[in-house]
Design a protein. Structure first.
Length: 161
């Protein structure tokens, strides 16, 4: 693949899943049904987006490892991504099952699972960022200038005081 799709789309499911939990929490606090319905649809969109992002991530996994990124770092990110998708998938099943019967027990179970999901999502994002910023996954460096030549850039001016 000549252009990495995963980093282009991965931010959408992250935002959708966080926003889903926010709307659910707000809907539970205010008892406004439309907020919970919005949270439900955001959960569906976030989960679909997460699955699509994971597919593209799996697709480029070997190329990332071949570029020198440690396999352990890639596998750690991948493992947390799969766990995150499983948790949010279970949350979607719970939401489908309870629909409009939000007892106190259902709220506690759902919100506890949602907090676990958000924690896993955050850890997944952290390790994804580590792949890019620590190991340079998907980053193409400009070619180095030949030895003994200027790179065409000048040093920043110094400030004399």
């Amino acid at each position: 693949m000549s252009h990495p799709i995963h980093p282009l789309i991965v931010h959408f499911p992250i935002a959708l899943l966080f926003t889903s939990v926010f709307f659910d929490l707000l809907g539970i606090i205010t008892e406004y049904k439309n907020l919970r319905q919005t949270g439900f649809w955001l959960l569906i969109l976030g989960l679909i987006g997460g699955i699509v992002a994971a597919i593209f991530g799996f697709w480029v996994e070997e190329a990332v490892e071949a570029s020198g990124v440690p396999e352990l770092a890639v596998d750690r990110h991948e493992t947390f991504a799969v766990m995150t998708l499983i948790v949010f998938g279970i949350l979607l099943i719970i939401r489908w099952w309870i629909r409009n019967r939000w007892s106190v027990r259902d709220r506690v179970i759902y919100l506890s699972g949602a907090m676990v999901g958000l924690l896993l999502l955050s850890i997944t994002g952290f390790y994804g960022g580590e792949l890019v910023y620590r190991y340079g996954a998907g980053v193409t460096m400009p070619p180095s200038p030949p030895a003994g030549t200027s790179s065409g850039t000048s040093s920043p001016p110094s400030i004399n005081r």
